[in-house]
Design a protein around this ligand. Structure first.
Ligand code: UGA
Length: 438
């Protein structure tokens, strides 16, 4: 099939390369000409495992890039993957979605299907359909809209797209449904669950999924706060919860809370949408509140450990919002860094991939070239993002490098016993602190 993709951000670019891998011919457009030129020579604009390899494989073959929406004229299906950043009110800004759809429609042939892949509030498709009809009255029943929400996780995006746990398609006309089955035929043939709904249900499902996952994280973080007060162990509580198959073990990792471009933004947008629909979804605001408390709790531990923050050097290992990505949007690590800096501390950060974007986001952070450099003369090690390489940290050596022997493990990632043996006082999340005899 001939497919078009508008927007080459995280979702768009991953969509392009995976559709090319399925054997479709894909043309991707973006308004950023410089970015397209880089993509043409195989340069990826962000770090995502496996992306670079697929881009190299398909660029100038199954996958081509163009600055012009006109190039999408022959596409059977065009996926809109542009950003939907939050407005100050929390509602999603859909101007780019609207403009993209209008431009695509302006050049479209009959029976072009325009698909929302960006996360959009329920009701967007109805508005888009209006835009299409206004733009192309000549193709009134020959342009249609579908919703195909994305469930990929950053850091595992290629794997999630090539082998998804399910595909969700919302469409209201027979030909739109048939077209979408054509797009996903290679996965349907492999037995991947393919769920077809009406458009409003698909749009709402995406919000419901992200909010529920965020709820699970906040639930376990609230339990962590209780465990810290009761002397219980949140890791064991999570194990008990997870062994009930009605609950399941996933997304019950207590830590520094969720960040990224999806959960924080989607929660707010869902809250605004619910209010617009006349329902006060207070639970969503509680999820966000508990998430903020996770950063407060880490801050309190650092303060407890080093006493006055003024003039203290805090080594922060991990700056991205989660491992496997260089994305620092809404990163809880950076939120913690900001709060530490506000209170007079110096934060020396190290991240295997996200140092540069972190520095751009919080210029006051000092960036170290290695974990060891960050630790030198520091008064506290904060493990903020659980990059696998931090597991190999030589704690005995870290102890020698640091000014104070303190670790705040905001992701329960390091081995507490080992830290204790190396002479550290170790503050985990939702479990008792480990301290040498004081
Ligand atoms: C999330 C969803 O997982 C995807 O299904 C969805 O497609 C995507 O949003 C989206 O809407 O586009 P993503 O933001 O890439 O994906 O990352 P997640 O792996 O879900 O992690 C989100 C945050 O939650 C991270 O900061 C992570 O550290 C945190 N987290 C996750 C926890 O603190 N505990 C957990 O148990 C799981």
């Amino acid at each position: 099939m001939q497919l078009g993709v508008v927007g080459t951000g995280h979702v768009g670019l991953v969509t392009c390369v995976t559709f090319a891998e399925f054997g479709h011919d894909v043309i991707a457009t973006d308004e950023d000409q410089a970015k397209l030129e880089k993509l043409e020579v195989g340069d990826t604009p962000f770090f995502e495992p496996g992306l670079s390899e697929l881009l190299q494989k398909h660029r100038n073959g199954k996958l081509t890039f163009s600055h012009e929406k006109r190039s999408l004229t022959d596409a059977d299906v065009v996926f809109i993957c542009v950003g939907t950043p939050p407005r100050a009110s929390g509602e999603a800004n859909l101007a780019a979605v609207e403009n993209s759809a209008r431009e695509v429609a302006g050049h479209a042939k009959a029976k072009t299907l325009i698909v929302e892949k960006s996360t959009v509030p329920a009701g967007t498709a109805t508005r888009l359909r209006r835009v299409l009809r206004h733009e192309r009255p000549d193709l009134r029943d020959d342009l249609d809209v579908a919703s195909n929400p994305e469930f990929l996780r950053e850091g595992a995006a290629i794997e999630d797209s090539l082998r998804p746990s399910r595909i969700l398609v919302g469409a209201d006309s027979g030909w739109a449904r048939e077209r979408m089955r054509g797009v996903y035929e290679p996965l349907i043939d492999k037995g991947v669950e393919y769920i077809e709904t009406d458009i409003a249900t698909a749009e709402l499902s995406k919000h419901a999924c992200n909010a529920f996952l965020a709820l699970k994280i906040s639930y376990i973080n609230a339990i962590a706060r209780l465990c810290e007060r009761a002397g219980a162990d949140v890791e064991m509580v999570a194990k008990v919860l997870g062994s009930d198959e009605r609950i399941g073990p996933h997304f019950l990792k207590a830590g520094l809370g969720f960040g990224g471009s999806c959960f924080p933004k989607d929660l707010r947008a869902f809250d605004v949408l619910a209010r617009e629909l006349g329902y006060d979804f207070t639970l969503l605001r509680d999820i966000a509140k508990v998430n903020d408390e996770a950063v407060d709790a880490a801050l309190a531990k650092v303060s407890d450990a080093v006493w006055n923050l003024d003039g203290k050097r805090i080594a922060m290992l991990g700056l991205s919002f989660k491992p496997g990505t260089d994305d620092v949007r809404f990163s809880p690590a950076l939120e913690l860094a900001r709060r530490l800096i506000e209170r007079g501390a110096t934060v020396v950060g190290y991240d295997p991939h996200a140092s540069e974007p972190a520095q751009a986001e919080v210029p006051e952070i000092e960036i170290a070239a290695s974990a060891e450099d960050a630790l030198a003369e520091s008064h506290c090690l904060v493990l903020a993002t659980e990059w696998p390489e931090f597991r190999a940290l030589d704690l005995a050596k870290a102890r020698e490098l640091m000014a104070y022997p303190v670790i705040v493990d905001a992701r329960n990632f390091l081995d507490g016993r080992e830290a204790l043996q190396a002479g550290f006082t170790y503050y985990p999340v939702g479990r008792p602190r480990l301290a040498p005899d004081e």
